[in-house]
Design a protein around this ligand. Sequence first.
Ligand SMILES: [Mn+2]
Length: 369
Amino acid sequence: MKMTFRWFGESQDPIPLRYIKQIPGVTGVVTSLLDIPAGEAWPESRIRHMTEQIAAAGLEVEVIESVNIHEDIKLGLAARDEKIESYILTMERLAKYGIKCICYNMMPVIDWARSDLYYDLPDGSNTMRYEAAFVDSITPEELAARYAKDSQTYEMPGWEPERMKKIREALAAYEGMSEAAFYANMKYFLDAIIPHAERLDIKMAVHPDDPPRPIFGLPKLIISRENIRKYLALHPSKHNGLTLCTGSLGAKKGADIPAIIREFGELIHFAHVRNLKFENDTDFYESAHLTSLGSLDMYEIMKALSDIGFSGWVRPDHGRMIWDEATRKGRPGYGLYDRALGAAYLLGLWEGLRPFSPNDFSGNIVPKP
Ligand SMILES: [Mn+2]
């Protein structure tokens, strides 16, 4: 297992790479080029700059989160072919600079949703929260305006004002689309890119839909064990795998995350490990990582990863804002401190499960035979 940390890039992330380098056990970052629109090939010069900058900080960059899928691909429009060509070009360029895994999602229009970005917890920290009835009662424009107000200086990925101007059109495009048609569009994409992923040895890792329920009338498919099975079967390959996101899958009450890990095994290429606390059957807030503070059993999750011999990348997913980080304009869900504590906690669980030799601390924490 390799412990990584999400970094949004120099212009988008207030956390310098040298801080990330100082988190014990974190050996790499997971990043993206957020300003490049979905459907456009990433310029090689940008990829080179990004990877050189991260290497200069003494960190690895092997996972990109995300290379986004253009809506034309999800909708199955004729224009999808040129977007797929661009996607493959981006994959080729990324492979050239050492990228081994690409995280992406198949969420229509809306990447993710929360009702609150800075929900106050009794200990004075704050966190992201999801209140189903509230999200069901609000329009996407109202929710975007709420994010823009709350998130201060950051554009929330997927909720950019430019994108929101066209939201009605984007939502309408999905009206009447059947689940079968959506799966067929996903298959068309996978059939096109997975052979290239195999050739380039890039592991494609689909991220589950967040939250795992339909919102604004949009189909949400990658939300359950059954649907993940169906998705991966569209194009069976070791390079067509999963980003195991405990917070997304776990937001459906009763989801058995350890069983999901054991079922998909070697197809889990990348893991987002975080906890959440249910307030009732549908509402939750993102808690600190510890089992005792949330609703997911983190030991059982790490144990399942250990049992399958997981050797991919992990990151602590979201964190709360603590130590006054919110007032210093931390990016919601992506503050430094709580995620750093999360990484240390997950590494502690892992060390208990898979003790390693002190001589073997190469970053890739492999078990003793
Ligand atoms: Mn995630």
